[in-house]
Design a protein around this ligand. Sequence first.
Ligand SMILES: [Mg+2]
Length: 303
Amino acid sequence: MARVLIVDDIEDNIRLLGYNLEDDGHDIESADNGHLGIEKARSFAPDIILLDLMMPIISGIDTLKLLKADEQLKDIPVIMISANDGDDSIVHALDLGAQDYVTKPFIYPVLAARLRSAVRLRDSQLALAAANSALSLLASQDPLTDTYNHRHFFNLAGGEFAKSRRYKRPLCAIMIDADHFKAINDNYGHAVGDQALIALAGTCQKLIRASDFVGRLGGEEFAICCPDTDLDGAHLLAERVRQAIADLTVENEDVQLNFTVSLGVTEARDEDKAFSSLLDRADKLLYHAKQSGRNRVTSSSKK
Ligand SMILES: [Mg+2]
């Protein structure tokens, strides 16, 4: 059953239509002019609006325009009620985004069926929109750690690389890799390993600034893209991440796990052709951090 808002200047029309709709189990609110109708649409949040075309003060068409121009109200389906179907304003109303129309005197079961069909259409559009946003989340996020996946991270980082070139702004990349991660999985099991990755990602997300973003590049390997950040700033962030992870304990049943990460940090250079050039360099620096004992940050030397 639906929440129905009736907007009509004739009290009797509202009453008659209201009785019929209530008999069918719908919730009804009404307004006798367009301005009040818009107020009611906001407070009542109807599933559908039945809107009279011919009204004094503000016409049905102008009311419809206001509804469709309102971010909060524009998706509520509207069925226009008009005096006759030769009315040009019906065409105008449909062009302005009205879902449907009925002409007076209407046959109630026909109006009720059109109302149900408009509500069904709205419901399936909402379901589709929800499914789409879930899909786009799936397409951009790593399901385990909620960081960006490899592809989405590279898309965004590519955009930041182009911007840093165009505006001559600094850009840094940090590569992060969990130390001895294979041993964590082997000794404690994959559930604990996954928890360590979640903690690692969560620590990065907590410490970055709003313009930075984190991606999981694969396995236990993550990267942070830091727009408008110079090498000193990125090194500081990397050091904070390293310290925070060294300080945290992953607890799972009777297991208490401490682990560390190694990080490589670099800044975009004139000779870099793409963001991947930075990341390759950060990866070499990360390798160097691993070679020199792990649980450390290696930054590229300044130019
Ligand atoms: Mg009227």
